[in-house]
Design a binder for this molecule. Structure first.
Ligand SMILES: Cc1ncc(COP(=O)(O)O)c(C=O)c1O
Length: 483
């Protein structure tokens, strides 16, 4: 009798030693999933409340089938210009060919991923590259998978190296450092902090106010760490002048306090320098990167500390394992992706492009602001990290229209950015990002491969939309909600 391979599912089940296979969807099922099913599964299994907001903005109707360079392509073949850029996660654009090729080679060669038992040549090379990209003594690297994880590592290394027994951490108003519980404690958001029990060794000061920081540090010798985003992203693209950063450095040195610069969003060339703090001629004691470090294809976060700081915290065999990498820290293909991404960043002069194209974007936006001062309150930023702040229209909207706006969700009332973002997508195929703490700010963080032609496409769309006037924009949006 022939020993035939068993193929039928029923036969397989009959031979099975483990549990029966549940009705799992396949990868091909996922790719072919209709947009309505995506919506149902999102509501059933991910986040029904969040779906409400996506629906409000009209984003729930879009299924992305492909992404390349500056554009997404949706299920209808519509190309969407990406000025959101995954909050700064897509410096190289979508699916950069060199990044894809490095990943494919890595897979074809059947390289190893998990780097817990043996040393990893990929983690070693990535750490060396990050030390090369970082100024001064910023040489020691902790690899993780997210910005929150990198920032957790940053505050832990600084807290230990500060040498204070009851070390307190200063953070800024409107700060955003992540949502895991340690960094959530220094993320200034009632919404995100919810009613969680947080770490209480923290002191909040206004961002960019050197006198307030000085007062805090001088009045409390337990303060050992200052954590600041160099440019606040969630706060609405808020920077501080060079005198502030030089003052922070001097103050920290004088009081033996460690400065942690969170560059998760503003770093990696976003502002036209590798790190945003490089605009100010100062070097922090610890910094953190994530987002674009993963080349737009992998989840990679890194904490980079001065060697002296790192050694103080974890430099002996006894202390070395207090905070060593997690299971996926330094995982092979992610590291290779990040190594290739860094090479592309410099080979293609993406940081120079960020500075130049960012300046062009700012100048075009300022012209548009001058044309619509009743709509645009401020345009700010550096490189391709730009905030567009709208006037609060809840007071300027004609009385007759106010009842109409009352049907909208609280989050949208008074905020033009929701309406403008939704209409930019619906009518002009352009995607922009909203801002956590200031609903009047649209964040523009396009890939650093962005050219002037993309800036023109975005600015022409914005100009055309604003030329409709506030009343028509609001009416149009409200109509879309009713229809
Ligand atoms: C400045 C800053 N720090 C930390 C984080 C947290 O990064 P992640 O979402 O990868 O955990 C973010 C994310 O937006 C960020 O903008």
């Amino acid at each position: 009798m022939l020993d035939r391979p068993v193929t039928s599912a029923a036969a397989l089940d009959a031979q099975r030693r483990g549990p029966k296979k549940p009705p799992l969807l396949s990868v091909e099922d996922a790719k072919a999933m209709p947009v309505e099913t995506m919506a149902d599964l999102f509501k059933d299994h991910i986040n029904p409340g969040q779906f409400h907001f996506m629906k409000l903005l009209g984003f729930h109707k879009v299924k992305i089938e492909r992404a390349e360079g500056m554009f997404y392509t949706d299920q209808n073949g519509r190309k969407i210009l990406d000025f959101f850029g995954g909050f700064g996660s897509l410096a190289h654009g979508h699916n950069h060919p060199r990044v894809l090729a490095a990943r494919e080679r890595f897979q074809d060669e059947k390289r190893h991923e998990i780097a817990i038992a043996f040393l990893s040549q990929y983690a070693a090379a990535l750490a060396k590259n990050l030390a090369e990209c970082s100024p001064g003594e910023l040489d020691m690297v902790f690899l993780g998978s997210t910005g929150s994880e990198a920032m957790e590592a940053a505050i832990k290394v600084a807290e230990r190296a500060s040498g204070r027994k009851n070390c307190k951490i200063v953070h800024a108003e409107n700060s955003f450092h992540g949502k895991s519980k340690g960094v959530l404690s220094i993320t200034d958001s009632n919404l995100y902090q919810g009613e969680f029990k947080l770490v209480d060794n923290r002191v909040k000061v206004p961002f960019g106010d050197l006198e307030a920081l000085k007062r805090a540090i001088e009045n409390d010798s337990d303060i050992g760490v200052v954590v600041l985003e160099t440019v606040q992203g969630g706060g609405g693209i808020i920077g501080a002048p060079t005198e502030y950063w030089q003052g922070v450095r001097t103050l920290c040195d004088r009081h033996d306090v460690l400065w942690v610069a969170d560059e998760v969003q503003c770093g990696y060339g976003r502002t036209g320098k590798f790190y945003a703090f490089e605009h100010h001629g100062v070097v922090p004691d610890v910094t953190a990167l994530a987002k674009s470090l993963g080349g737009g294809k992998a989840a990679v976060g890194a904490m980079i500390a001065k060697r002296s700081v790192y050694m103080k915290a974890y430099g002996t065999p006894k202390t070395a394992m207090i905070h060593a990498q997690a299971t996926f820290g330094g995982i092979g293909e992610a590291c290779v992706t990040a190594i290739e991404g860094l090479n592309v960043l410099y080979d293609e002069d993406l940081i120079g492009n960020s500075a130049d194209t960012g300046a062009y974007l700012l100048s075009r936006l300022k012209t548009i602001q001058a044309k619509y001062p009743q709509i645009i309150k401020d345009v700010r930023g550096q490189g391709l990290f730009v905030g567009l702040e709208f006037q609060d229209f809840s007071r300027t909207l004609p009385l007759a229209l106010r009842p109409m706006v009352a049907i909208l969700d609280d989050k949208l009332k008074g905020s033009l950015s929701g309406f403008i973002g939704a209409l930019l997508l619906r009518d002009y195929d352009v995607l922009v990002a909203f801002t956590e703490y200031n609903r009047n700010v649209i964040r523009l963080e396009p890939p650093l491969i962005c050219g002037e032609e993309h800036v023109d496409q975005f600015c022409d769309a914005l100009d055309d939309l604003l030329s409709r006037g506030i009343v028509s924009i609001v009416k149009d949006f409200v109509k879309s909600q009713l229809g």
